[in-house]
Design a protein around this ligand. Sequence first.
Ligand code: UDP
Length: 327
Amino acid sequence: MTNVLVTGGAGYIGSHACKVLKQAGFTPVTFDNISTGWEDAVKFGPLEKGDLLDRARVDEVFEKYKPVAVMHFAAFSQVGESMKDPGMYWRNNVQGSLTLIEAAAAAGCLNFVFSSTCATYGEQDGVMLDEDCAQYPINSYGASKRAIEDILANFDDAYGMKSVIFRYFNVGGADPEAEVGEFHQPETHLIPVMLDAIAGKRPALTIHGTDYDTPDGTCVRDYVHVIDLVEAHVLGVKWLLDGKGSRVFNLGTGSGFSVREVIDHSRAVTNQEVPYEEGPRRPGDCVKLVSGSKRALDELGWEPKLSTLEQMIGDAWRWHQTGHYDK
Ligand code: UDP
């Protein structure tokens, strides 16, 4: 049995990763403290409950499953929250990851796939970002993820721990078969918030800032379908198992959409009006984050197939209508 330890496997991206890992012939072992994830999202392999700050518990799980690789998703991921409570982000994200990385090294599990973020780049005057751009995060979330990238580089030097680091842009959509999907409590991400507003689960979507230096005044982001994103992670595991060494990949599409454009697309997909209001800027937001994906396409052989706004909003809407978490 080829086990892969998936931290955060009960969360949005982690649960989709488990599905795709299983389809690729691996056994995904979820390690999750169920703080922001959901036990019933763990459908494709065993669940080991635990906290990454608990080294003894993490050691136990390595000993029990002897994974060939780690996929590390477990983290707090809200920019706004990270600006209000940076300590929470440094403790959970950085200290938790360090504990996990030390445990992996001690267990001899030297293949590590890490979910990082374009928020590590910070504000770059709207350039098309690539992996060689300098990293100047402007929020605690991005800073915490950049610190973990540095830890991984040091552990490669010291112990030969090889890592594939994926810097995500914006992730959207859901499993097209609607076995798993996105559900955060509270929800802050644009697409699900918008769908909640359409469905009357909240009064309106607030657009966070309409005076940015973009064609329509709202922020621009690069959206990738969650299934395309996690397919890249499976390629990352295979890359490491093939002995190809540490590498950083951006996962973007090269196309950016403003908040207003996302609203327009969703109107077209759902045939319903999006109730929205215009609000002030959200602290920590960058104006524009868009990436090419040349390296992932050329070197990993990544082929994003579902990353159109129509597909992402359509799959998210289908998942939303299952009413899975309406109980
Ligand atoms: N956004 C918004 N209203 C919301 C949620 C998000 O206007 O209720 C904007 C947000 O300011 C950003 C974009 O939508 O410009 C994407 O935000 P999200 O929180 O989905 O992801 P992030 O870019 O922070 O990772």
